[in-house]
Each structure stands twice: as structure tokens, then as C-alpha cells.
Design a protein around this ligand. Sequence first.
Ligand code: GDP
Ligand code: MG
Length: 312
Amino acid sequence: MQVTPLAEGYRSGFVALIGRPNVGKSTLVNQLVGDKVAITSPVAQTTRNRLRAILTTEEAQLILVDTPGIHKPHHLLGERLVQSARSAIGEVDQVLLLLEGCEPPGRGDAFIVDLLRQQRLPVQVVLNKWDQVPTEHRPEADAAYRELLNESDWPVHHCCALTGEGCAELVQAVSAFMPEGPQLYPPEMVSDQPERLLMAELIREQVLHLTREEVPHSVAVSIDRVEEMPSKGKGAVRTAVLATVLVERKSQKGILIGKGGAMLKAIGQGARLQMQTLIEGPVYLELFVKVVPDWRSKPQRLAELGYADEGG
Ligand code: GDP
Ligand code: MG
């Protein structure tokens, strides 16, 4: 890791984005780093692995830790997600608590606020999706959330992660609360996630977007092989990627493959285009679908797919 000399007053550190599934954590990460590093989806609980995105400005370097949403655990995968969010809190300098400004505060929010109250970390609050709150309802929505946060001195920001409104001010405020420190990553780096994992996430994103509710969270992707293919003649070197989409049920496999293979083809095409942007070169992608009953409850399968057991 390259460490650049410490400029006078430069600040750096880690920020955890905490919040219920679907509040816009991944959207905010992408908005802040100005690059697509986190997958987003209208379906809740898209983010499975913890992702670090890096935002470097003249004043500070912020390492954003996008965590899966905190929620009540349902099965093994859910518990891992919660563990991961909890342990992220232990590793950071500051917490950004995202709340869905356009919805009234819920019991889940109170649960997260309580959890954060027990920490000594600086917390700042983002009321996200503020664009969805009609102007005349804003004072009311604001008051409801201030009541939820009662007596905390956490600064509250109103943002729209989708368009970037309020985000510049947010970056300034977060930077100001960071400890002084040098850049920990080269300034051009936007993510610490290995390319293979990002590739798997891009495929998973296409599955979620194209199949919506039909094949929800029981999907995992493993990247089986990545190989450079020598070009014939003068063409650019192509990267061949072999990947498997794992589902839990045979019916889901059917949906993913689609009529005459149409769905799988669309998933592959969408993912291939995104991958080409990621690795900045032509990609040949071959996708397989495999049924592994109940993979979410099998610790070994989870570990193989990169959902590490990170302890409590
Ligand atoms: P996460 O689960 O917290 O990571 O949430 P995502 O970033 O995946 O976002 C969930 C959904 O909310 C996506 O469909 C986003 O496009 C949408 N979204 C996120 N931020 C905003 C916002 O500020 N305004 C609006 N209108 N939609 C948003
Ligand atoms: Mg997410």
C-alpha cells in the first residue's frame, strides 16, 4: 500500500454506512466516489459482502464501508449480515446512519439508534430520499426523525443519494470529524474489492434487476475461471470469464434460463457490458446455472462464496 506524505491538516479514516436494507447505502457510496463500485437494487438486501469504497478529496480521504443492512436475523445468511454490520462499527472512525427520510421512522430504526448509542464513535445522520418528501411535509418528517434521535447531538443531513443533492455538504461534514492522517490508498483507487468479487456482484446485480421478485436472495455467483484469451491477429486481448449462478430450487433455475435461454442470455449480456467497463477491455462471458438446495444454510458453501464468518 502506497502512503503519501502527510499534508498539513489532512484527514483520513473509515466511515461505516449503517442503515436498514434499501435506504440507499450503496447508491450513496456510488454517488460519493463517482464510480460504480456497489451494486444497488430496488429489492432489499442486495449488499452481501462488505465493500470499501475510497473517496479522496483535497482535504481528506474517506474510506467508506458499505455494510449490509441491520435487521432481525431470519436464517444463517441473515445472521452473517448482521454480524458483519456490527463488526464494521468496531473498525471505523465514524458512522453515517442512513434513514429513509420519506418513510416514518420504524422499529428497525430505533433498534439501530440504540445500537449506535452504545458506541463512543461520532455519528452523523443522513435523511436520505429527501427528494421523495413533498416540501410541505418536510418539517413534519424532520421532526419525526429528530424525535427518534432524541437528545443525541448527531448532525442531521438531508440528501438525495440518487442525484447527489446534499452530498457535497455531507462529505465536508464527514471530513471535518475525521482524525488527522495521511492518504491510506492511492488517490485514483475507488475500491479495495478484488476484481473477481466485483465481477460476481455485477452478475448478481443483473439477476436481481432482470428477474425482480421471482428469484430474490437465494442467488449467489461464483467466478470459476478468469483467463486472458490470446487475440487472433490484431484484435485486443479478450478476457474469458466462466461463472456459475447458484440457486436453491429447480424452479428458480428455470426462471434464470428463461424461454429458449433468453433470460440467461440477457443476464450475460448486461453483466458482460458492465464487466468490460470494469476491466476496460473486451470480455467473453460464459454463464452456468446450478441448483444447490439450501446453500444459504451451509456454512461451507457460504465460506466458499466469500461470505466469511466474521465473528460477533
Ligand atoms: P441499500 O440496500 O441501502 O444499499 O440501498 P440501495 O442503494 O440498493 O438503494 C435501494 C433503492 O433505493 C434503489 O432502487 C435506489 O435507486 C433507491 N434510492 C437510493 N437513494 C435514493 C434517493 O435519494 N432518492 C430516491 N428517490 N431513491 C433512492
Ligand atoms: Mg446495498
